[in-house]
Design a protein. Structure first.
Length: 346
């Protein structure tokens, strides 16, 4: 499988990169992340010492850089060798591949192509992580035994909520069938919003804010190719003008960052953060919605892993048929394919 390389992927949450080497596989490339002691900046190198091929993840971070745990060869953030135990000159070829990284909004992003081509203006902005008063949040990561495109597709077709998540965030199946949906292709991917007017609140909503009457419910998603989805979901009691002013207090509101990073052809890193826009001064509210959404993600994980297994055993996607709810998924695949082909996302 081809992966877009001249683009940014989420490599880690910022708090994961610290004093110890952190191993990750991204786009079939074994990578080690570490934090430079002198500058505090995150760095990423190929996880392979160029001396005898030992994995650098088994080394340690020192004041000089990342030291291989086998023979003590040490590399700086650029991958250049800065120390070899014993006398003699350091060979000029003693260098490992480095990757461009940047830390923003509690995320460490990695550019999998040539570092010189890294366009830092293309990094996804997620300012809600910086507004903890209005949007307190909690973060997590799952490893999923499925291709990252299947996980993105899961977010593009929300009719599955009524069936996979019926006891938590799903709600009434008929409300999902009758949802009003608008899909708009964009330069970066696509945007869509679904409205479920005058529908019964799901159990998760009632538990969070005590809503029992019918609500006008929205699900707004923006896909940024190749692997990021920004979500704003919420509900207000019917009659409160949700479509005109979704920022009203007293309703249910949450934001989720989904970042899907390809590990291999058949496995992915699923980074996500959940931010509650209600009861912001109550830490229990953040923990409660985190646990609710985590339960839903585990349900998704089980379904998509089973889907991946079936596709592998039955010859892939040949013969699969699209239905009306696939409109956002189809636009997503087209945008991603253009990026893979090296074209513009238009």
């Amino acid at each position: 499988m081809q992966f877009p390389l001249n683009t940014w992927y989420m490599a880690a949450w910022a708090h994961e990169v610290g004093d110890a080497p952190l191993a990750r596989t991204i786009c079939n490339e074994q990578i080690v992340l570490f934090r430079d002691r002198a500058t505090g900046l995150a760095a990423a190198l190929q996880d392979r010492c160029c001396h005898r091929g030992a994995p650098l993840r088994l080394g340690e971070v020192t004041d000089r850089g990342l030291r291989c745990g086998y023979h003590g060869v040490t590399y700086d953030c650029s991958g250049s060798c800065v120390h070899v135990p014993g006398p003699g000159k350091i060979p000029s070829k003693l260098k490992v591949r480095n990757f461009a990284v940047e830390e923003r909004d509690e995320v460490v992003w990695i550019w999998m192509g040539e570092p010189a081509q890294a366009d830092h203006s293309k990094i996804l902005a997620y300012p809600y992580h910086g507004d903890t008063k209005k949007w307190p949040h909690k973060k997590h990561m799952h490893k999923v035994a499925a291709n990252y495109m299947l996980l993105i597709e899961n977010l593009m077709d929300l009719t599955h909520l009524a069936f996979v998540h019926r006891s938590t965030i799903g709600g009434n199946p008929q409300a999902h069938t009758d949802a009003k949906m608008t899909v708009v292709p964009k330069d970066t991917g696509l945007h869509f919003i679904r409205w479920l007017p005058n529908s019964a609140p799901p159990a998760t909503y009632s538990k969070a804010v005590g809503i029992t009457a019918n609500v006008d419910r929205w699900m707004e998603f923006e896909y940024f190719a190749p692997g990021n989805v920004v979500q704003w979901t919420g509900a207000l009691e019917t009659g409160r003008g949700a479509e005109e002013n979704r920022d009203q207090s007293g309703g249910f509101s949450l934001r989720i960052l989904h970042s899907l990073t390809p590990e291999t052809e058949h496995s992915s890193l699923y980074f996500w953060s959940i931010s509650n826009g209600y009861r912001q001064e109550d830490p229990d509210a953040t923990e409660q919605i985190f646990q609710e959404v985590n339960t839903a993600f585990q349900e998704d994980k089980a379904m998509v892993e089973a889907q991946q297994s079936t596709l592998l055993s039955t010859g892939g996607e040949e013969g699969l048929v699209n239905i009306v709810s696939d409109v956002a998924r189809v636009h997503m695949r087209r945008a991603l394919q253009r990026l893979i082909d090296g074209g513009n996302l238009t």
